[in-house]
Every structure is written in C-alpha cells, then in structure tokens.
Design a protein around this ligand. Structure first.
Ligand SMILES: [Zn+2]
Length: 243
C-alpha cells in the first residue's frame, strides 16, 4: 500500500537573496520575465508556505524513549498528511531503521550517513546507512534523480505501509536543485525526508528542519520538539501516578 507522496520544498528566495546561479534554470526557459514575476511564480507554486507558528518549543531533550506524561506531539502542522511509525513495542527499546545508500554518489551517501547519525541521537531510533536493504528489516531506499516535476522540490518521501505501520519507503533526492545547495542546505533536506520516514509530519515553526520548507540557512539538526515527538510516537507509556 502506497502512502501519499510527500514533497519537500525549497523556500522561495527573497529578491535580495536571488543570485544569478539560482536564477539560471528559470531564466533559460523564460528569459523575458522580471525578477518580480519569477518571485511570484516561485511563491505560488505547489510549494506554498505552511502557516507560521511559534509552536510549543518549551520541552526538554528526551533522554529515554519513554513518556514522562501523556499528551500528543508538539507544533504539528495541521495541514500535513499523517505518517506511519515503524513497528515497535513501546518498551523503550530503540527501533532500528536502515537507509540504503548503495545507489548514491559520494556527496549524498555522506549526507545520508550524517543525517542518520543526527537522528540516532533520539533514544527511540537507531538510524543507520546501509549499502543494501536486507529482506525483513526496517529499511528505506534512497535514490537520486536529476529534476522534479516541480522546480521548487528538492526531495520527497513516499512511504509503504501495511495497516498502521510503515513497512518501507523511498526517499528521492533531486540533484538538479540539491547540487546547487550548500552542504548544510542539502543536509537539511536529507534530515527532513528521513524525519518523514521515521514517522514525523511537518512542523508549524518555520525555523525548524521539519517545516515544509527549508533553505541553506536552516539548522539541519532537529530540536527538542522533534525528538520529543518521536518519543510520543515510539515511547513507552507514562507510568501511572502512584498513590
Ligand atoms: Zn516534508
């Protein structure tokens, strides 16, 4: 069963931020349009900005895959489609998820390794880059393609699931855009797609890596809210109050 395709978007650059290199593909096809028109085209694409939100950022980094109290995830974008978790037992143990890098070129293989170690800070998740997915394991295929149908999309995740759980999926990295991103910007995209693969949906807070849009200046490292949301998804239930 295929889950809906989840596109990830580059933030439309502001006019002062537009550089000739970034404009090149657009100018090649529509030489006559002005900078204002280009900005409008980018801003009205399928990559429209998600609603801004300050979110609920006052949570601590979790140290155990267990809920301290009940409650749902923080700062979730209500417009995003749901994701599924990998099978888990809610016993506090880490869920191991592989990301297949065998088909990737050097830069993107390295970024997937880096993103996997970033998510593995979670007490609930051990994300590992693997040369090839083994049958029966939790594993996501990662592929490179040159371009996306939508020029503003540099990555997407398509999950597979059976019933309530994720059974696999594919992350597609669109190198037409990513090759022109900084290493930090490209890492943010890989971390973002991996977040979906682990079960996270978009955040409302525009500063965070799980917002629907990121750019070269986005902090590619998830924050305490992202790690707390993973505990909500995978963690052992909060202990009943004694007495
Ligand atoms: Zn996304």
């Amino acid at each position: 069963m295929q889950d809906p395709l989840k596109l990830h978007c580059r933030r439309p650059p502001s006019p002062s931020y537009l550089s000739p290199r970034r404009l090149e593909p657009v100018l090649n096809s529509t030489k006559a349009v002005s900078l204002v028109a280009i900005t409008l085209i980018l801003a009205t694409s399928a990559c429209d900005a998600a609603p801004a939100s300050t979110g609920s950022d006052a949570v601590a980094h979790p140290t155990q895959c267990a809920l301290l109290r009940g409650g749902g995830q923080h700062d979730v974008d209500p417009e995003d489609t749901p994701e599924k978790p990998w099978p888990h037992r809610r016993d506090g143990a880490e869920v191991i998820v592989g990301f297949e890098t065998g088909g990737l070129s050097g830069r993107y293989e390295k970024l997937v390794r880096e993103a996997a170690s970033i998510w593995s800070v979670s007490p609930c998740i051990q994300a590992i880059a693997v040369e090839e997915c083994k049958a029966g394991g939790n594993c996501v295929f990662v592929e490179e393609r040159f371009s996306a149908r939508d020029r503003g999309t540099d990555g997407e995740f398509r999950g597979r699931g059976a019933g309530p759980f994720r059974t696999g999926g594919t992350i597609t990295l669109y190198t037409g855009l990513l090759d022109r991103s900084s290493d930090n910007g490209a890492l943010a995209t890989v971390v973002h797609e991996m977040g979906h693969a682990l079960g996270l949906v978009h955040r409302g807070n525009r500063e965070t890596v799980m917002n629907a849009e990121t750019d070269d200046k986005t902090n590619a490292v998830p924050d305490a809210v992202d790690f707390t949301n993973l505990v909500v998804i995978y963690g052992a239930p909060a202990a009943a109050p004694s007495g």
